[in-house]
Structure formats: C-alpha cells, structure tokens
Design a protein around this ligand. Structure first.
Ligand code: FE2
Length: 119
C-alpha cells in the first residue's frame, strides 16, 4: 500500500499535473489543492511505515489515511479530471497514459521521496 500510493502520487506530480495545467490552465487551483492532499497522505504513509500494527494508533491512522485518499480521488474524478479529459483529447490522453505507465518504473518506494512531501 505504501509503495502503491507513493507511486501514484509521484507519477501524478511528475507527469500528470504539469500536463493538466498545460492543457487546462484553469485547473491550477485544483492541482495545487491535490498536491497539498498528497503532502498529508505521504507523511501519514511515512509514519505508518515505522509503526507497529499493534500500536494503539495504527488503526486510527490507517482509517484517517483512507478517508484522505478517498476524498482526494473523489475530488479529482468529479471536480476536475473531466475538464482535463476534455481539454486534452483522445490522442494526448493515450500518449500521457503511456508516459505514466513508463514512469512507474522510476518512481520511488519511499513516500518522502515524492516532491510534495518536501514542501
Ligand atoms: Fe493523487
């Protein structure tokens, strides 16, 4: 889970968000919002990484993490991904999809190595 979410955030930040801002400049505030949401998720992941599952804070931390991730995904998919999809068109979207799949190999497994964790 930690690796999957680190990969997701890294790919979005490195490839998808810049491309979205270029294609649909009006999405800028949404992108900035998403980056802050990543920031919180990545720090929670880094804390979970070192936390023993029997620790009394583990379940609560997991549950708040999942709430944050669900909120993030819902906001992106409902509020602004449709605008990006429309602005890019089919060819650009499939090209971007390929770039994102290729970038997966380069993404870090460490949540704090994702850019938004450090700002
Ligand atoms: Fe995201």
């Amino acid at each position: 889970m930690i690796e999957e979410l680190s990969t997701h955030t890294w790919i979005e930040e490195k490839i998808f968000y810049p491309a979205a801002r270029e294609a649909a400049p009006d999405t800028k505030d949404h992108v900035l919002d998403s980056i802050e949401e990543h920031h919180v998720v990545l720090w929670m992941l880094s804390e979970l990484k070192g936390l023993n599952p029997v620790d009394e804070r583990f379940d609560a931390k997991m549950s708040v993490l999942m709430e944050n991730v669900r909120h993030h995904v819902e906001e992106e998919e409902k509020e602004w991904f449709p605008d990006v999809r429309k602005a890019m068109g089919r060819n650009r979207l499939s090209e971007l999809g390929e770039q994102m799949v290729a970038a997966k190999k380069k993404s870090p497994a460490d949540p704090l190595a994702v850019p938004s964790a450090q700002q």
